[in-house]
Design a protein around this ligand. Structure first.
Ligand code: PAN
Ligand code: ZN
Length: 195
């Protein structure tokens, strides 16, 4: 094994859910995500009890943010809910029309995607299932289970991330628990038909 190939090997520890090497690791807590949920008062209730749980964390390995490269990573969403809505990622659009895939490793979740003209589709992710985000579609992942939801992702390194649209308008659909099961319903706060 040459030193070049070993230095390019990336390891996913599938027991402890750690990716090495990683150029970035980020933890996102409820206090940062509060306004993304349809019931921020339910979030306030949790926060005012003195808890600020990590909702999700992700590792990313970016070789170089330039055309032709891929960025790889591992996302872990913890189980939990804010009101009826499951723990989830912020979600974003890529600045360039770049695709992405998610490969389910552990737990159960959902990949919600939305086109620029507001069409929503979703894929139920579980270990071994790949979810595909077409170029130009916004995307968010949701933990619909009672255990950690873990997936691997890859996307073109020069894709860029736009968090502003989702922060402002949300997605047209949200995922809630009803009678103990996940259900995709209209987002009561979503107003615009185009996003
Ligand atoms: C993923 C996400 C990751 C965290 O790597 O960045 O799951 O979600 P947010 O970025 O929405 O907080 C991805 O889609 N990258 O492009
Ligand atoms: Zn993305």
């Amino acid at each position: 094994v040459s030193s070049e190939s070993s230095s390019r090997a990336i390891t996913l520890d599938l027991k402890n859910f750690v990716m090495t090497p990683a150029t970035r690791k980020r933890e996102v807590r409820l206090s940062e995500l509060k306004d993304y949920f349809s019931d921020p008062e339910a979030a306030d209730k949790i926060l005012s009890s003195g808890r600020d749980p990590v909702v999700y964390e992700y590792y990313e390995y970016v070789v170089e943010e330039s055309a032709g490269h891929l960025s790889l990573g591992l996302t872990i969403i913890y189980p939990g809910k804010v009101g009826k809505e499951y723990f989830m990622t912020r979600g974003h659009f890529h600045l360039k029309p770049a695709a992405e895939f998610y490969y389910g490793i552990r737990g159960r979740g959902m990949l919600l995607i939305q086109s620029e003209d507001g069409r929503v589709e979703y894929v139920e992710l579980r270990p071994g299932v790949i979810g595909y985000v077409p170029p130009g579609w916004g995307h968010r992942t949701i933990n619909t289970g009672r255990a950690m939801f873990v997936f691997f992702f890859a996307y073109p390194s020069d894709a860029g991330h736009d968090y502003g649209i989702v922060k402002e308008k949300g997605f047209a659909k949200i995922v809630i628990e009803e009678k103990g099961r996940p259900k995709v319903v209209d987002n009561p706060k979503y107003t615009s038909s185009t996003i």
